[in-house]
Design a binder for this molecule. Structure first.
Ligand code: EPU
Length: 344
């Protein structure tokens, strides 16, 4: 077995600092990847090629309930640059290993608009297309021009158009078996120089109003989103968490109507296909789970949709709590909650 000069390979590595839940878990092997050639060279060795693989970005959307007995790949592809302009559309290429919020702030500093509502989302650029990150009325899908992937099995790199990415609410082709051998290396984002601000989210308008801002700039919107997130969501730098632990459940219009007859306060938003998206946070809070603590595993008292690690919770304890919440919501409302982060 030979290690490679630039694809730094480590054995028996702690993942605790590499997941924002801060749970203790270990990886049998871990390689930081900043060069596709190095990765291919590593995987051309049979021993490595046959190992279970896990691609880890900022670790902000994953829960380890056990050690990972395989090879963890940490993409470290760097770079943020304007590649070309097409009228008012300005294309930005960003490497998968860049911090998402750093990209948002960098784009605003270039005078580019489009990412302001997505400020302060934890994680790396490469994770943005995987779960189609979204907040305050905007999803990654809306700014995505294409995603560059490398197919480890074929040894080829190619671009997927936005349509090929199959984006939907917290969903994309990257979560399907078709993508099993893909690693996202970069994204191409289409932004604009002319601001087209998206202020349809009531909480965002209220935040701007509270700051006495009537005609905001894109940077002021990003600042308002940052303030909102800091106030409404537990900060992973201070308390271990992975943001929303469940997706907002999507149900038929008929089911939503029945539930709202019984629970008029239940928030529900129309989906493009006529179905309804329900507030998982409201369902969880109504079951009395908000602020609950079982050992060091807990439900945030700030936001019912966020599970938190008060200190030394294991991934298994957090997962047990998540399952208890799922069962409670299922029993009380007949609605199935699905986890948003990847559960290992
Ligand atoms: N609510 C409660 N209890 C709570 C919190 C919220 O009942 O403890 C109700 C309120 O009625 C509120 C509604 O839930 O009006 C919606 O809450 P919020 O605006 O915080 O949005 P969310 O649907 O809970 C989603 C995303 C967040 C994103 C926000 C803002 C998902 C799974 N989550 O949360 O994304 O920041 O909207 O756009 O779609 C993430 O994915 O990790 C994440 C934080």
């Amino acid at each position: 077995m030979s290690s490679l000069p630039t694809c730094s390979l480590q054995y028996d590595v702690s993942l605790q600092a590499l997941n924002t839940f801060g749970v203790a878990a270990r990886a049998a092997m871990l390689a930081r990847v900043s060069d596709i050639g190095d990765l291919q060279a590593l995987l051309s060795q049979k021993h490595f090629a046959n190992l279970p693989r896990l691609i880890l970005g900022g670790g902000s959307n994953i829960l380890f309930t056990r050690d990972f007995d395989g090879l963890v790949l940490l993409p470290e592809f760097r770079g943020m640059a304007i590649t070309h302009e097409d009228g008012d559309r300005v294309h930005v290429r960003a490497g998968a290993g860049e911090s998402w919020d750093a990209l948002v702030r960098w784009s605003l500093a270039q005078g580019l608009c489009g990412l302001e509502n997505l400020a302060l989302i934890p994680g790396h650029v490469g994770a943005a297309p995987i779960q189609n990150i979204g907040a305050y009325g905007v999803e990654f899908a809306e700014v995505c021009a294409s995603v560059e992937i490398h197919d480890i099995a074929l040894g080829t790199t190619r671009l997927l158009s936005r349509e090929q990415c199959g984006f939907a609410y917290r969903q994309s082709i990257f979560k399907t078996p078709e993508a099993a051998n893909w690693i996202v290396t970069a994204v191409d984002i289409a932004l604009t120089r002319q601001a087209r601000l998206r202020l349809d989210y009531a909480g965002l308008r209220e935040q701007l109003h509270a700051q006495d801002i009537t005609t905001p700039t894109a940077t002021e919107v990003a600042d308002a989103v940052t303030q909102l997130r800091l106030r409404k969501l537990p900060n992973p730098a201070l308390i271990g968490n992975a943001g929303s632990f469940f997706k907002n459940p999507i149900v038929t219009n008929t089911v939503a109507k029945q539930l709202q007859l019984q629970h008029p306060a239940l928030p529900a938003w129309p989906m493009p296909d006529g179905q309804k998206k329900l507030s998982a946070a409201w369902l969880i809070e109504s079951c009395g789970f908000k602020g609950l603590r079982d050992g060091d595993a807990g439900v945030s008292s700030q936001h019912a949709l966020v599970l938190v690690n008060h200190g030394a919770a294991s991934g298994a304890q957090l997962w047990a709590l998540a399952q208890r919440i799922q069962a409670g919501v299922q029993q009380q409302f007949g609605v199935q909650l699905l986890p948003e982060p990847m559960v290992i």
